[in-house]
Design a protein around this ligand. Structure first.
Ligand SMILES: [Zn+2]
Length: 186
């Protein structure tokens, strides 16, 4: 509105209302209609159990739809983030080079704060803090490493798997010392 002078402003308003009377009336009518309908719906909701059940059921369906959609979105985000983290770590098992059934293995268990999978859905920055302590191992190689850790604990702790070979029925897991972690204080 272009007027700072209250007189002129009032005059402008009067003129506007006169010129747009039809439009203003129509807006008010619609608004009254909506209010009336809401009141009627409310009365019916309170007095008609069948109608109430229908409304409640519809609300339930609606919230279920939203819940399902939210869950789908979250699952998709987790899947995509997991894939991104796998690529960040080279995309294949450091033991045998395969690209299937990959798992995040904490190189040094002492550094582990949580499972990568339980962090998925948080910000990339937060997930990366944990992912950067990990190497990718396929399910099989992960099992080999876990066996070694349990058998000769101290030897394998904090070591990276550099290779897993199968010779006959023997499994040879080659380990290498991992670089010290950034921010490590001791
Ligand atoms: Zn492997």
């Amino acid at each position: 509105m272009p007027y700072k002078d209250p007189e002129k402003k009032a005059e402008y308003m009067r003129n506007y209302q006169q010129e747009n009377r039809e439009k203003i009336n129509e807006i008010n009518r619609d608004s009254r209609k909506r209010t009336n309908r809401k009141e009627k719906d409310r009365e019916r909701y309170l007095s008609d159990p069948e109608y109430r059940d229908k409304v409640l059921e519809k609300n339930r369906q609606q919230s279920k739809k939203h819940r399902d959609r939210n869950r789908e979105n979250l699952n998709r985000r987790r899947r995509e983030q997991r894939q991104k983290m796998i690529e960040h770590l080279g995309g294949k098992c450091v033991g045998c080079g395969c690209e299937e059934n990959l798992q995040f293995d904490h190189i040094d268990r002492k550094q582990k704060q949580s499972n990568v999978s339980s962090l998925l859905g948080y910000s990339d920055e937060r997930v990366l803090v944990e992912v950067n302590k990990c190497q990718l191992l396929c399910e099989q190689c992960h099992q080999y490493k876990t066996t070694i850790n349990h058998d000769m604990n101290k030897l394998a702790e904090g070591y990276k798997v550099s290779k897993v070979d199968k010779v006959g029925d023997k499994v040879i897991v080659t380990l290498e010392p991992s670089a010290p972690f950034a921010g490590e204080t001791h």
